[in-house]
Ligand binder design. Structure first.
Ligand SMILES: Nc1ncnc2c1ncn2[C@@H]1O[C@H](COP(=O)(O)OP(=O)(O)OP(=O)(O)O)[C@@H](O)[C@H]1O
Length: 228
């Protein structure tokens, strides 16, 4: 599903974000990426959806060598991914329903498919009753649930998330994690960078720890392992 062979990333200002990363993530896994601030977690996530390119090494995502993709092929890679950010990134002037539907319009789904699928994913995240609400009329947790609905509406094989609970209180974070867990149980691979110790320790999934640009720990049913 995701394979990194000797992957390094050095930004143009000389910052070394990742060094010689070798890792394989298989279909259906749930993986947390943890580590201190500045360790390289976000860069790891950004490489997977080709927001950034590796400066060295080979990265294969869903059977495609990311470094070799021509620009017109990038949207096809992204269609196989669902992406969730800390700050939700919903379109402010569209309702919850329209935000989710928009992701289907972009990939040219039919009106009929959209009408059938959007209520279904809103149900999955427990927010069908808020379909007509605008983002400003929803709590942070509700906005994140809509962002998750948008991420999964096109049936991605991998969902990647960068600090998805970073702006949420512990109880809401736990609700969000239950949704990710359900998505994972349906076979979707999940890769999540996080600082949320409670969530990681509560879930007991695979944990990859990055420190100073290198993988220092990779454990099945791991724990967060830091005090912050
Ligand atoms: N666009 C960029 N240009 C230059 N340097 C960058 C860029 N993005 C990240 N870096 C640097 O790369 C290193 C890794 O950053 P990254 O954002 O991946 O870390 P992180 O583990 O996600 O940190 P945090 O937990 O604080 O979000 C840091 O030294 C950072 O300053």
């Amino acid at each position: 599903m995701i394979q990194m062979n000797g992957v390094s990333k050095v930004y143009s200002n000389g910052s070394v974000a990742l060094s010689d990363i070798n890792v394989q993530i298989d279909k259906g896994e749930f993986v947390f990426v943890v580590g201190p601030s500045g360790a390289g977690k976000s860069t790891f996530i950004k490489l997977v959806f080709r927001e950034e390119l590796p400066t060295q090494g080979e990265l294969v995502v869903n059977g495609r060598n990311v470094g070799d993709l021509e620009p017109p092929e990038v949207p096809y890679l992204r269609r196989s991914l669902g992406i969730v950010f800390q700050d939700y990134r919903l379109l402010p002037n569209r309702t919850a329903y329209e935000n989710v539907a928009f992701a289907m319009q972009v990939v040219e789904s039919s009106h009929r498919e959209i009408q059938k699928r959007v209520p279904h994913v809103l149900d999955l995240v427990g927010l069908r009753q808020k379909a007509r609400h605008y983002p400003t009329q929803m709590s942070g947790g509700e906005q994140q649930r809509i962002a998750i609905a948008r991420a999964i509406v096109n049936n991605p094989v991998i969902v990647i998330a960068d600090e998805p609970t970073g702006n949420l209180d512990p109880e809401t974070s736990w609700e969000i994690m239950k949704i990710f867990d359900r998505i994972n149980q349906n076979g979707t691979t999940i890769v999540m960078a996080t600082h949320d110790k409670t969530v990681v320790d509560g879930m007991r999934k695979r944990v990859i720890a990055i420190e100073k640009s290198r993988i220092v720990r990779d454990e099945a049913k791991g724990v967060y392992g830091y005090e912050d």
